[in-house]
Design a protein around this ligand. Structure first.
Ligand code: PMP
Length: 353
């Protein structure tokens, strides 16, 4: 089969809708409703337009240094990319070539099979149990590529650091990638394990807890050799880490991490309230340690509910996929937005009865 024919078979990732109408309640792509820190806003106001004539700092030095400081690592243990989707794409290319099959959970982030198809890597999806838990034994497969989000997406469930250590120990010759896109919403990061395990690479994003999905900044953290491997691959495409403006605002965000932590606390509080409210309305609500909940109602069809919400101007995420087609993933918005959601759901449920 020609490469063009193979490419035709690749099913591209379909991102959540970004609606054109601004008065919709957008709870579908796990953005943070509270916006970036005021320090970020100040830096943006002061940006020196003349600097845009020049290429950005090719090492992203200041931002890498600030991130290294924040995580207790060295500068050469930090990799920067244009959103963690780009970091993930480069990670697959750098570490999973020749490590097949690539293992990841099913259910998980739907970009992973897309990367595998694009790079022509074989993969194996590891089924979760009926409570969406991941079985550690399934990830003990030396010589495979291993990746999982923690907390998992879209389930919101966490694995423990013991689980991660077990996987790292049983796959000493493979890089194990932990995608921590949602870790700041209540999970325990595995970054401290990096100095103990050379085969751990952790990926984080500024899109969720730091609330600038629009600027595109993602990070990989690992031992210096792995990070240098990633830069070798990245620089072969584009030798500038991220643009000048994103380096400046990323730095401001890291230096004001307290602001991020406070906003995450607000999201967590609303998430816990949301769980209680949805349970009262009869939903099945698995635990969540992310800025979303993944829920289903035993009496209302998932797609019907998704469409009814959309009609009402409330956008949540729904997949027409086996195992999860009855579920909705609902991003935690402001308290006011969530109240609108609860009111409408209550109406739907009353009509159903
Ligand atoms: N990993 C996971 C698990 C995600 O849900 C997302 C967001 N869709 C990403 C990575 C990518 O985020 P970004 O590219 O905005 O950094």
């Amino acid at each position: 089969m020609s490469w063009q024919d193979k490419l035709r078979q690749v099913e591209p990732y379909v991102a959540g809708e970004q609606p054109k109408i601004s008065n919709m309640i957008k709870l579908n792509t796990n953005e943070n409703p509270y916006g970036p820190s005021n320090q970020v806003k100040e830096v943006l106001k002061e940006i020196d337009i003349e600097k845009l004539k020049l290429y950005p700092n090719s090492d992203g030095e200041e931002l890498r240094h600030a991130l290294a400081d924040y995580h207790g690592l060295k500068d050469n243990q930090v990799f920067l990319g244009n959103g963690s989707d780009e970091v993930l794409a480069l990670t697959f290319l750098t570490f999973f070539n020749g490590k097949e099959p690539v293992l990841f959970p099913n259910i998980s982030y739907s970009f992973y099979p897309v990367y595998c198809d694009l790079y022509q890597m074989s993969y194996k999806e590891v089924l979760l149990d009926q409570d969406f838990k991941i079985n550690v034994e399934d990830f003990k497969q030396p010589n495979s590529g291993i990746i999982f989000p923690n907390p998992n997406a879209p389930t919101g469930l966490l694995v423990s650091l013991d689980f991660i250590e077990e996987v790292l120990k049983s796959n000493p010759d493979s890089i194990v990638v932990v995608d921590e896109a949602y870790i700041d919403f209540g999970g325990q990061t595995c970054v401290p394990l990096i100095d103990k395990y050379d085969n751990l690479v952790v990926i984080q994003t500024f899109s969720k807890s730091r609330s600038f999905a629009g600027a595109r900044l993602g990070v990989a953290l690992g031992n210096k050799e792995a990070i240098s491997n990633l830069y070798d691959v990245k620089n072969s495409f584009n030798s500038y880490p991220v643009d000048y403006i994103t380096q400046q605002i990323g730095l401001a965000s890291v230096l004001d991490s307290q602001d991020m932590k406070e906003k995450c606390q607000k999201v967590i509080k609303t998430r816990e309230y949301t769980k209680t409210k949805l349970k009262e309305l009869g939903f099945v609500v698995p635990d969540s340690y992310a800025n979303f909940v993944f829920v289903k109602h035993p009496e209302i069809d998932g797609e019907k509910l998704f469409l009814a919400l959309r009609q009402e101007g409330i956008i949540v995420r729904h997949w027409n996929k086996p195992l999860i087609d009855q579920y909705l993933r609902i991003t935690i918005g402001t308290d006011q937005q969530m109240e609108r959601l609860f009111e409408f759901l209550e109406k739907c449920i009353t009509q159903q009865q």
